[in-house]
Each structure stands twice: as C-alpha cells, then as structure tokens.
Design a protein around this ligand. Structure first.
Ligand code: PGA
Length: 259
C-alpha cells in the first residue's frame, strides 16, 4: 500500500462566508489534531484573507493543518485583464491550492482544455498546487467515451506543462453527471477511472503515479463516502454541497481518517 494521505477538499463554489469558515473551524478543531489527513477549504477568493486571519488568530492549532485554496485563477500573471485574479495575488491572501478546470468553469465559462492547461501552468509558476478536475458528461459515459475524454484532458496538461506536470499536483475525477445531482458514481465506477488516471500518470513517472492524490468528487456525502474512499486509487474527496454543512464536512473528515 502506498503512504498517500487522504485529502478532503471543500469547494464552496458561489456560497459561504466568513461565518461558515468559523463554523467549520470550530467543528474541526478536535478532528485534525493528529495530522492523519489533509483538509483544504476553497471559499470564494474574496474571503481568503479574512478566513486566513481568522484561522491564525482564533484557531492557531489548526492553522498549519488546514490549508486554504482558490476555485480558479487567471492564466495571466498581470496586465490589462479586468476582473482577473493572479496566482500571486491568491497566494498573498493565503491560498496554497487552486482548483483548475472544474466542469462548471469548462461548461459555463467556456474554459477549453488549452485554457485549463494555461491556468495549470500559472499555478505551477507560483508554487501553487493545482487540483485538476477531469470528468465526462452523461452523454460521454453513455457513448463509452469516458476514458477518451479524460485522456484528452490529461494529455493537454502534459503537452503544455511537460512530463513532470503532475509531480506537484492533485487530480480530481468528477463525473459531470454526479456533480450536485445527489447521484454519485458507484465505488466501482470511481475506482475504474481513478486506476485509469493513475496508469496514465505512471506512463510519465512511476514515482509521481505512486505519490499523486486522486480525489473523487460528485455528490459525496457521509452515507456514500466510506465505500468510495475505501477504493485503492481513491485518495479523498472534492466536496461541494456537503462542505457547506459543517457537521457533514466533519463527518467526511472522520470517515477519511478511518478509511
Ligand atoms: P457536489 O460538488 O459535492 O455538490 O456534487 C462537487 C464539486 O463540484 O466539486
């Protein structure tokens, strides 16, 4: 067995506020004392600085165990790009991870594989850990294109970022049909795709394939998490809806601790 530590990552999307962070930190204080899992919270970027200050001032023991991240970043470092936030800016306000290529960004904000690869590069250039999201739509699954779609998403990252692309990265398998629908992938479906992703990475580097965390995301909740997290190639979860309820989020962390 590999020594990969579980990562439980909260993706708040366009939800939450400083008070939610406070509730989650209060809930997690006793859960994270032993360093057995990693926990990440990705609030809307505007809240990063305030949440980081709260963590450091009011929850000191948690502050080196719980990381903060952003949900996207600009592909650009600086310049005339109205409304954008660079990796350096996010880092200054406490982010150490950035979610890249979430299916909502791909579908609703027209982020192509090429744009996602640029954003991935922007993360690496700032020493930020990208969490690359990949996953198929229902139609792609039903027409047996799941592996081809995911392979293309991974390949475009490698074409832009080189064979070492995944040495400092996390990958999240998020079937689009499972996100926010209440219908998660089965543990078998998840394991099958996670294994495929790890094998893809292994062709580039056996060491990276052994070390990289591959998270599952899509309607993870306390009643399906144990079975999914128990799969050999599942190293934790990217949690949307259930990360907005502090008690459920804590429960997911506890499940990961005993997985
Ligand atoms: P969900 O979202 O847990 O609400 O399905 C997961 C995600 O989009 O990362």
């Amino acid at each position: 067995m590999s020594s990969r530590q579980y990562l439980i990552a909260a993706n708040w999307k366009l939800n939450g506020n400083t008070e939610l962070a406070n509730e989650i930190f209060a809930e997690l204080q006793n859960t994270l004392v032993d360093n057995s899992i990693e926990v990440l919270v990705c609030p809307p970027a505007l809240y990063l600085g305030g949440i980081q200050a709260k963590l450091q001032n009011d929850y000191q023991p948690l502050s080196d165990k719980l990381k903060l991240g952003a949900q996207t970043l600009s592909a650009y470092q600086q310049g005339a790009y109205t409304g954008e936030l660079s990796g350096a800016m996010l880092k200054e306000f406490g982010a150490s991870y950035v979610i890249v290529g979430h299916s909502e960004r791909r579908a609703l904000f027209s982020e192509s594989n090429q744009v996602v690869a640029e954003k991935f590069a922007a993360c690496l250039s700032q020493g930020l850990m990208p969490i690359l999201c990949v996953g198929e739509t229902l139609e792609e699954r039903e027409t047996e294109q799941t592996f081809a779609v995911i392979e293309q998403m991974l390949t475009s990252i490698v074409e832009r970022n080189g064979v070492e692309a995944f040495a400092n990265a996390v990958i999240a398998y998020e079937p689009v049909w499972a996100i926010g629908t209440g219908k998660s992938a089965t543990s078998e479906q998840a394991q099958q795709v996670h294994k495929f992703i790890r094998q893809f990475v292994a062709k580039l580097s056996a060491v990276t394939a052994d070390n990289i965390k591959i998270l599952y995301g899509g309607s993870v909740n306390p009643s399906n998490a144990a079975e999914i997290f128990a799969q050999p190639d599942v190293d934790g979860g990217l949690i949307g809806g259930a990360s907005l309820k502090s008690a459920q989020f804590k429960e997911l962390c506890e499940i990961a601790k005993s997985a």
